[in-house]
Design a binder for this molecule. Structure first.
Ligand SMILES: [Zn+2]
Length: 527
């Protein structure tokens, strides 16, 4: 008994060691090892999970402190609320040395690096969904009273929402007061500079917003011709803040919102804030921030994520809808069937969402620091599928519809045949994009028949879709085992659903059981 439990502990410790002992880069990226990791994590007791996260967290914080040449490493602490799937990460009261008056974009990014690292370390389907940072027991906003005031004001405020949907492409060139030069906010990795790729994604999304949602998208970063005067750089490369300065010269509160800051990165921080403040000024009905993601230390981290601000239920619903629709359309695109996508949205403390008065989300389409994700980001097919997903998610949210899987719930033939035609009703669920195609065929073709696969176009038909099967001729009544699926305009399909057609005996036709050749989808009541 004792031996057995010792052995069990040894095995458990070995597992545990395997998780703790690996640096994050030692994990193989393949799906099997990720699934095994998930199993190991799922088997951990609460105290073991706490210890695992505590050790990982301390490592991440040490790395950050080391980079900043800090002598003393902050002491961290982890507490879990497994029911709410939240981990509270206390970084200590001395983590933020001089809080200042606003939350800097770099602090936000630092915290995101930690939470995304931990999320990756727990594998797919993690027991923790969100990470809340504490500083000596205090919440981040409690260290920044002015930020707290603005955040609460934005959460309470009601804008008319009669304005456009603002599609904010991330980053862009800004003036660095330390180096005294103009530069992008992100470095080039795997051939991608996020600052210059995100406007291409924004233009794609704006196109689909116009075509499918019939909505005007406002793009603060252009496209626009010519050069920005002060830097001499193309307008298309410039950060949002400079464009807003040109559009609204009398509103420095939007584009120069930190006028007393002496931080070398003040323009960088102002740029992040300018996007929600601009959307507030436009009374925008929604705000969609388009980013590509990155991780400083672990190039294996990959996949699609969507962020909303904490405590903003409307933002959360929008984030869920967009993530769900992106999953549907990206997974239907050839080559991206198993592209990693988070199964739930994440909440985090981003000024971009926090300061917005309307539903606002951050779409992190994929990691440019991961080679596979970077390849996807540069593929026009992936770009189109992902941005169609954002548009669809936004549209369903704004129409109050729920994103749910496109599938056939039941397929039944009508017991009363209409002459030689059998009516069949395909009941579907979900939100297909039209024009769609209904495909039907016999599961097994009898020897005495010619069989066809019928592909029937159908446009904007609510469920159920009625189609008619031509029974052809047969001396005796017979049953046919058939299958049907619907494929929508984005290649999202329901999967095959079997059904049976009962055909009467029929002598009066010349057609030799050419079963499907006259099969069609009903656009009126009867053939
Ligand atoms: Zn970004």
């Amino acid at each position: 008994m004792r031996e057995k439990s010792r052995l069990r502990n040894l095995v458990r410790d070995a597992f545990f060691f395997a998780i703790l002992g690996c640096t994050s880069t030692a994990f193989s990226a393949d799906e099997t090892s990720r699934a095994e990791l998930a199993l190991r994590v799922a088997s951990l007791e609460q105290s073991e999970l706490t210890n695992l996260l505590a050790q990982k967290l301390q490592n991440y914080v040490n790395e950050i402190a080391h980079k900043k040449n800090r002598v003393a490493m902050p002491r961290t602490r982890v507490t879990l609320d497994l029911q709410r799937k939240i981990a509270y990460l206390d970084l200590g009261s001395d983590y933020i040395l001089e809080p200042g008056t606003y939350i800097s974009a770099t602090l936000e990014e630092e915290l995101q690096q930690i939470s995304q690292g931990l999320d990756w370390d727990l594998g797919p389907n993690p027991p923790i969904h969100n990470y809340e940072f504490l500083f000596g027991g205090k919440k981040l906003l409690d260290l920044f009273p002015e930020e707290k005031r603005l955040t609460e004001e934005a959460a309470r405020a009601a804008v008319s929402r009669l304005g456009p949907v603002v599609v904010a492409a991330a980053h862009g060139d800004y003036y660095h007061h330390g180096f005294k030069d103009w530069r992008p906010q992100r470095s080039t990795v795997n051939g991608i500079t996020e600052d210059y790729l995100s406007p291409i994604y924004a233009a794609e999304l704006a196109y689909w917003m116009g075509k499918r949602s019939n909505k005007t998208a406002a793009l603060p970063r252009g496209p626009i011709g010519g050069n920005h005067g002060e830097s001499g750089r193309p307008w298309n490369d410039m950060a949002t803040k400079y464009r807003i300065e040109q559009l609204l010269p009398n509103r420095p509160d939007i584009w120069d919102s930190l006028p007393t800051s002496t931080d070398n990165l003040r323009n960088y921080h102002e740029d992040i804030r300018s996007r929600p403040l601009y959307a507030n000024e436009l009374n925008a009905e929604g705000l969609l921030h388009l980013h590509t993601n990155s991780h400083d230390t672990n190039p294996l981290i990959r996949g699609m994520r969507v962020y909303h601000a904490k405590g903003r239920e409307e933002q959360k619903s929008l984030a869920e809808s967009v993530l769900c629709s992106m999953t549907e359309i990206v997974h239907a695109a050839s080559g991206y069937e198993s592209f990693p996508i988070a199964s739930f949205p994440h909440e985090e403390n981003h000024g971009e969402n926090r300061l917005a008065k309307m539903p606002s989300i951050i779409v992190e389409t994929a990691y440019h620091t991961n080679p596979d994700d970077a390849r996807a980001l540069l593929d026009p097919a992936f770009r189109t599928a992902s941005m169609k997903g954002v548009e669809k998610g936004y549209r369903l949210f704004s129409e109050g519809k729920k994103c749910k899987p496109f599938q056939l719930s039941k397929v039944i033939d009508d017991p009363v045949p209409l002459g030689n035609f059998i009516p069949v009703d395909a009941h579907y669920e979900g939100n297909p994009e039209f024009e769609a195609t209904l495909v039907t065929e016999l599961i097994e073709c009898p020897d005495d028949m010619q069989c066809w696969t019928a592909k029937l176009p159908l446009d904007k038909l609510p469920s159920p879709v009625r189609f008619f099967i031509d029974c052809g001729s047969s001396p005796t009544p017979r049953e046919h085992r058939m299958q049907v699926k619907i494929i929508d305009a984005d290649n999202v399909d329901t999967g095959w659903e079997p059904y049976t057609v009962s055909c009467p005996a029929s002598w009066d036709r010349n057609v030799r059981s050419a079963f499907n050749e006259r099969t069609y989808v009903a656009h009126s009541e009867a053939p």
